[in-house]
Design a protein around this ligand. Structure first.
Ligand code: FMN
Length: 218
């Protein structure tokens, strides 16, 4: 049982990473072998529209035909039983590299057949974990669940299952006093990190565990 964790933040030890790390611990408790990949370590592009994966009788088998630094990660994702993608919210979207990764992961498994949309023949539980500055009570007002949902919906359509976890009001800076910021209160962020973030880590742990248990049952 293999579980793959994709960090779509350029920061390797911050909020998104920590949630993924916790999800990976949960997955390990359920019996999975986990691996975490930092997307920013790879120089890669999004889908280049070559359509090799849409040719009749093509042999790509759901793996992107365009070979670059992302190929080993895509191979691991294609072989994984569970996939968890973590992304900070950048301008109401996942980060650019996460979008590029999702294009390269999903387009090759998408079939242009109304009766059978996917090459994936078993359920591969997936999840998106989003981190953001936005406070919990403001997230709905700025429509983030709706704006972010195309990613989750596409994963659900093609892999059969997707959960979403939002971690709000994250701490962005170690020392807020060094930055030109009046919109966020450093003391509030430190308190929120101490009080709410551990609860989000726990939710991520449970999520990782649950996805693996689901993969085992399938
Ligand atoms: C370029 C950029 C754009 C951002 N845009 C948003 C945004 O639209 N909404 C939001 O709530 N937070 C936004 N943020 C804040 C990040 O989503 C937040 O700090 C996140 O937790 C960072 O993840 P990390 O700590 O794993 O790097 C932005 C941060 C950056 C650097």
């Amino acid at each position: 049982m293999k579980a793959l964790f994709i960090n779509g933040s350029p920061r390797k030890n911050w909020n998104t990473f920590k949630l993924l790390e916790s999800a990976m611990k949960g997955a390990a408790e359920a019996g999975a072998e986990g691996e975490l990949i930092n997307l920013y370590d790879n120089a890669f592009k999004g889908c280049i529209s070559c359509f090799a994966c849409k040719l009749k009788n093509n042999k790509t088998n759901g793996l992107c035909a365009f070979k670059d630094a992302l190929t080993p990660t895509l191979e691991k994702a294609r072989a994984a039983d569970v996939i968890v993608i973590g992304s900070p919210v950048y301008f109401s979207n996942p980060t650019g590299v996460v979008r590029a990764f999702i294009e390269r992961l999903l387009f090759p498994v998408l079939r242009y057949d109304l009766n059978d949309r996917t090459l994936i023949k078993k359920i591969v539980p997936t999840a998106m974990i989003y981190t953001m500055n936005c406070p919990e009570d403001y997230m709905e007002q700025v429509n983030y669940p709706v704006l972010l949902s195309p990613n989750d919906q596409a994963l659900k359509m093609l892999f059969g299952y997707c959960e979403t976890l939002y971690s709000c009001d994250t701490r962005q800076f170690t020392d807020y006093s060094r930055y030109d910021v009046t919109m966020f209160n450093g003391e509030h962020k430190v308190k929120h990190q101490a009080e709410q973030f551990p609860k989000d880590l726990e939710k991520a742990f449970e999520l990782g565990k649950r996805l693996v248990e689901k993969a085992i049952k399938n």
